[in-house]
Write a protein that binds this ligand. Structure first.
Ligand SMILES: [Zn+2]
Length: 130
């Protein structure tokens, strides 16, 4: 007995409508985001305070221009740290090198530009790498 094996192929392929994948992210406005070392949320760079580690201690980088690796703290975290005086999280974030961190935060909150005013749209080509 020969088992006739009927292979039926050719059932009409379903309408697999190709999901149109939009090529990449077409963001028209690129907002640089940074992560706060204390609350670990990513926020627009302009809303964060940048600190750069110097030879022995950190410095507040008001203009975000200093070289080196920046450490970012958001304003609410900075404010709460200054207000409460509890800098445990800060110390752990800065790995014990935050000896003057509260003063730095205080200065930063006072001096930090709230937001770059839109009227003075000046471009200084100082793009720093992190
Ligand atoms: Zn934060």
């Amino acid at each position: 007995m020969i088992a006739a094996r009927a292979t039926i192929s050719g059932t009409s392929a379903g309408p697999a409508s190709g999901t149109a994948t939009p090529t990449g992210a077409g963001k028209d406005r690129h907002v640089p985001m940074r992560r706060c070392v204390m609350c670990r949320t990513s926020q627009p760079q302009a809303d964060l305070l940048r600190f750069v580690r110097g030879e022995s201690e950190y410095r507040f980088d008001a203009r975000r221009r200093l070289g080196g690796r920046g450490t970012w703290v958001c304003r609410p975290c900075a404010a709460s740290t200054v207000a409460s005086g509890n800098d445990k999280r800060l110390r752990s974030a800065f790995r014990g090198q935050a000896l003057n961190m509260r003063e730095l935060l205080d200065d930063a909150l006072a001096a930090g530009p709230r937001r770059p005013s839109a009227t003075t749209a000046r471009r200084d080509g100082g793009m720093d790498v992190r």
